[in-house]
Design a protein around this ligand. Sequence first.
Ligand code: NI
Length: 185
Amino acid sequence: MAILELVIEPDPRYNRISDRLRQKSEPVSEVTPELQQLARDMHETMLAEAGVGLAAPQIGRNIRLVVIHLPKGYQDEIDEEVNLTLFNPEIVKAGGRETDYEGCLSFPDLVGPVERYSWVIVKGQDEDGKKVRFRAKGILARVLQHEIDHLDGVLFFDRMDSLGLLFYPHEVEAGEEEAEETVTA
Ligand code: NI
C-alpha cells in the first residue's frame, strides 16, 4: 500500500490552473493487478486526506477509475459504510436537482455550492472487473457525479454559476458551519 501524491492546483479565482485536471481520461480496457493495486493505493490516499472520493486524474493518471468511501453515519445520511472502486463509471440515468457544498482534494479547503442531480443510475466495473449497475441518491449520488466529472476534465466549480461563489470557510462568518457539511472529493 502507498499514499500517492495528489495533483494540487491553485485557487482558480486568482490563478490559471494547469491542464493536468482538464484531460479526458482513457477507458480501462482490462482490470489488471497493477490497476487493482492502484485502486487500493487511491483508497488509502483518499482516507489519509480525509476525502470521500478520488479520481485517477487527481493522482496523475488519466484513466477512468474512481474510488469512493463514505463512512457509516456520514453527515447523518449514510446507513451503511460505502466502499466503491469503479472502473469506467458512467451515468446512464439521472433526475432531480439539489444544491450542496462541495470541495475537492485538488483545491485544498476551497468550497462552493454546486447544483447536481439528486439521484443517478451508474454502471461500470468493480475492483474485480465485474460489471455493476446501481442507483444512488443524496451524498453518494453527488460524489459519483463529482468523480465522474473528473474523468472528463470537469471540476466542481465549472458547475457553479460563478467562481465568485467559492470561499474558504475559515475566512467567512458562519463558514465553519457550512464547511462541516462540505463533501470533499
Ligand atoms: Ni475532486
